[in-house]
Design a protein around this ligand. Structure first.
Ligand SMILES: *[C@@H]1O[C@H](CO)[C@@H](O)[C@H](O)[C@H]1NC(C)=O
Ligand SMILES: *[C@@H]1O[C@H](CO)[C@@H](O)[C@H](O)[C@H]1NC(C)=O
Ligand SMILES: *[C@@H]1O[C@H](CO)[C@@H](O)[C@H](O)[C@H]1NC(C)=O
Length: 721
């Protein structure tokens, strides 16, 4: 009966379509004031035919680079393969794999000088290859058609896994009869097995030295798509990534039952319990009958007073470059940030036992944050008015492939206020001034196995850039014999929360470290710590006993800029251009504004924390160095943590009035709770890059308010199917 009712309900939902007809009273519409001096109206209409949603089915084979920072095209990647196949290193190799194939960005000075219409600096590719077990970094000149540099470093660690590495590793355990037996002994059909490759970290263990290893753990997919909730607990298979050999099987969980499948499936098709349905909200959509007000040509994004270069990257996810904002006073586009990206992640789990201690992921350097970014789901991951950008990446053999709809760009209006003021009638002034806040969002979502990270770069017309990270997806859970908390003798030793019968959500942290090469008006900048300090008054000086004052200190060297945040010793952190002052003499700048965040409490000598030492401070500032971009080091996989942001910063180089890079780490402690089962509602945190004495005054006085007559009028026109 219940089932039938539900079916009826569903067919009702499917049977009625609501069409929204939107019109704007064009006759009365005054074109909004136009600061978009660079918007080429013609280009805009070719990109955005009115009412036409861009459909992106593109094999990208005819793409050509248009900007010095543009990613490698399909043709260029194919050329890289051809060049490498005739290079001695590869010709004579028994085996090789390409772990990263990206454009080698031209030097900063060349890029800064380049103008639209200039010819491109010579295109180069940077390739990380493992050839017969040795890692090389190659620089390939696509113009000359040859390899121009090969570096074979002496650092510990291995390059990012290839998709093929991950795939082969998950099948490797099946080559072991012992593995098959233990799976069958637990009553799991080998056909229901889902295995997951887990980076092994580095712990100085003898058996793990000098070999590229991965740990594989398995789940049963029986009766659920959410196999992560059905772990085969305590079973870990150590696999050699280069030979696919099973090195060791540890099996300590035979007595731990596999959690049940019931209620684990999160898909719409599995939600059959009509009682649990929330009263639906009416459809919501943001309408832009005249199309979006941004343009994207190639990888250049132009919107309102912003322009920047945007590209997908296999390791970072997205890279924002040459972010410039228009200054209403000077009428110029001014540089804010040369390059910004998520540089590394660190996700340590808080369980020291055999099957868990090594779970200390570094998702960008180990798995490729961009490689794991799946196509975004239109209308749900991004609103209807979004534009989608594809990623073009190389497989392990160098073959280019397209990751479609990897990034979306859209204008957002969340009903927020840009600025406002109303006057009380006491003043006799009838002032009601308010401006809507419309922003431009660049979004990607990486699904690193079970977990989903949503990364937003949100640009505001007032010059602020908000960088937001959302966490969703599925917890990494641990099987347990416990069915109820009344069976647990010591809650503190559980390493987490009982989420369901036989399921523990293990406590863990997430850190995302951002590389932010700020260039405020020019590359030479300084980092200034503005300390809010309590000043006590002298006896008799004032009825007040105390007040706050600011004490500015310019960081001279890197160690002056190693910052741990403190609520009771507050600071503002400014990146300023000491060579450029406002009309009244303040150095122009941007500040990094932390919000809710978390700091790692692990022992600094704990091997994962040594490797994740880039999270030891929330803020660092280093002098610009082209080879210091990846906070965890260039080769993160199984590295020993000897070469990362912490060791670079400890060189204590001079950072005053120099080209500097700001690093910010956004952190989360995650103590799982039952609402995180079977899939987590998104949890977000963010930080801002905010102008500070950058503009002469509020730069958005010229933004017009909304008027009813300018807005689309939508009426529901129903039709039954
Ligand atoms: C459109 O605007 C004009 C001029 O303001 C007005 O006269 C007319 O009534 C409007 N039409 C509608 C349908 O609102
Ligand atoms: C383990 O099981 C798989 C799947 O049935 C099978 O293909 C494989 O050959 C088995 N391995 C061994 C060593 O028997
Ligand atoms: C640039 O970075 C590399 C890698 O950390 C380092 O070897 C080199 O010394 C750095 N150069 C300067 C000038 O700091």
């Amino acid at each position: 009966m219940e089932g039938r009712k539900f079916l009826r309900f569903m067919s009702l939902l499917l049977g009625v379509f609501l069409f929204f007809v939107c019109t704007v009273n064009w006759s009365s519409t005054v074109l909004p004031y136009n600061t978009l001096h660079w918007v080429d109206k013609e280009a805009e209409t070719t990109l955005w035919p009115p009412g036409h949603k861009p459909v992106h089915v593109n094999d990208h084979t005819s793409d050509v680079p248009r900007h010095p920072l543009d990613p490698l095209t399909v043709q260029e990647m194919n050329r890289v393969r051809t060049i490498l196949s005739s290079h001695r290193l590869f010709k004579n190799a028994k085996s090789y794999a390409l772990h990263n194939v990206v454009v080698e960005e031209p030097s900063k000075s060349l890029v800064v000088k380049w103008r639209e219409g200039d010819s491109l600096p010579r295109r180069k590719a940077s390739v990380v290859a493992r050839v017969d077990g040795v890692t090389h970094v190659l620089s390939i000149d696509l113009g000359l058609g040859r390899v121009v540099r090969v570096d074979t470093g002496g650092l510990s660690g291995y390059p990012t896994l290839t998709i093929e590495d991950m795939r082969l590793a998950t099948f490797a355990p099946l080559s072991s009869a012992e593995f098959n037996k233990t799976i069958l002994d637990r009553g799991v059909d080998l056909a229901d097995l889902a295995c997951f490759p887990i980076s092994s970290g580095w712990f100085g263990k003898k058996v793990e030295e000098k070999r590229r290893l991965i740990k594989v753990q398995c789940y049963t997919m029986k009766d659920t798509a959410n196999f992560y909730m059905r772990p085969i607990e305590g079973l870990t298979v150590l696999v050699d990534l280069d030979t696919n050999e099973v090195i060791e099987i540890t099996d300590h969980g035979k007595e731990i039952p596999i959690p049940k499948a019931a209620n684990t499936d999160y898909r719409l098709s599995a939600q059959t319990d009509t009682h649990k349905k929330i009263k639906p909200v009416n459809p919501i959509s943001l309408e832009q009958p005249r199309g979006p007000s941004f343009t994207i040509e190639g990888h250049m994004v132009k919107w309102a007073n912003w322009e920047f270069h945007l590209k997908p990257d296999p390791r970072a996810g997205v890279i924002i470059s040459r972010a410039m904002v228009w200054d209403p006073d000077s009428g110029e586009l001014r540089s804010v940030m040369y390059k910004g990206m998520s540089s590394e992640l660190f996700v340590p789990y808080m369980d020291p036992t055999d099957a868990w201690y090594f779970k200390t992921y570094m998702d960008a350097g180990e798995y490729g944050f961009g490689l794991q970014a799946m196509p975004l789901v239109p209308l749900n991951d991004c609103p209807r008015n979004a534009y989608y950008m594809d990623g073009v990446f190389a497989a392990g053999d160098g073959t280019p492939y397209v990751r479609s709809n990897m990034v979306c760009v859209f204008e957002s209006y969340a009903g927020d206020i840009g600025w406002r003021h109303s006057e009380s009638p006491l003043t006799g002034l009838e002032i009601r001034e308010a401006r809507p806040k419309v922003t431009l969002v660049v979004r990607m979502a990486a699904s690193v196995g079970n977990y989903d990270y949503i990364v937003d770069w949100e640009f505001q017309t007032d010059g602020l850039i908000k960088i937001k990270v959302g966490l969703s997806g599925i917890l990494m859970v641990k099987g347990t014999p416990y069915m109820n908390m009344n069976q647990v003798p010591n809650q503190e030793n559980m390493h987490g929360t009982l989420l369901s019968e036989n399921v523990i959500g293990v406590i863990h942290d997430h850190y995302i470290t951002f590389y932010l090469d700020m260039d405020i008006d020019d590359s030479d900048n300084s980092f200034v710590k503005v300390n809010l300090k309590r000043q006590d008054t002298s006896p008799g000086e004032s009825p007040r006993k105390s007040y706050l004052k600011t004490v500015r200190k310019v960081a001279k060297t890197e160690k002056d800029a190693q910052i741990k945040l403190k609520l009771y010793d507050p600071y503002e952190f400014h990146v300023v251009n000491p060579n450029k002052k406002t009309r009244v003499g303040n150095p122009v700048g941007y500040k990094v504004v932390p919000a809710g965040t978390a700091a790692s409490l692990l022992d600094p000598e704990d091997p994962p924390q040594k490797r994740g030492a880039f999270t030891n401070n929330q803020i660092w500032v280093t002098p610009y160095n082209k080879s210091e971009e990846w906070a965890g080091g260039i080769f993160v996989y199984q590295n020993e943590g000897e070469d990362n942001l912490a060791s670079w910063s400890n060189r204590d180089r001079s950072i005053e009035n120099k080209d500097i890079v700001l690093w910010y780490t956004l952190g989360f402690h995650h103590i799982p709770c039952q609402e995180d089962f079977p899939i987590m509602p998104t949890v977000s945190s963010s930080f801002d890059l905010k102008p500070v004495n950058f503009f002469e005054n509020n730069p958005i006085l010229g933004v017009p308010p909304n008027f009813e007559k300018d807005l689309p009028v939508c009426e529901a026109a129903t039709a039954s199917a």
